[in-house]
Ligand binder design. Structure first.
Ligand SMILES: [Ca+2]
Ligand SMILES: [Ca+2]
Length: 84
């Protein structure tokens, strides 16, 4: 029984690796869809903000450096192109 559970777990992990190109981090507005116009809109709203600011969106800080910058924009475009 536990072998079956492990197999299911491994398959699930493989599936998530296959989708790594467009990581869950690209779902900036939390609606489950990644790289949509709503995610880009959420990004732009928080663009230029930093940790502690009211408009800072942790999900948009894709490199985790505490501020939403052009580097995060580049990552978003690279891994989750709009509409793609
Ligand atoms: Ca989304
Ligand atoms: Ca950042």
């Amino acid at each position: 029984m536990s072998k079956i559970l492990i197999s299911v777990f491994v398959i699930a992990m493989s599936a998530s690796v296959a989708k790594a190109n467009c990581s869950p981090a690209c779902d900036l507005n939390g609606d489950g869809a990644r790289g949509t116009v709503l995610d880009y809109s959420a990004f732009l709203t928080s663009f230029g903000s930093k940790k502690g600011d009211a408009k800072f969106l942790p999900a948009a800080d894709l490199d985790g450096n505490g501020s939403i910058t052009a580097a995060d924009w580049g990552t978003l475009n690279k891994f989750c192109p709009l509409g793609g």
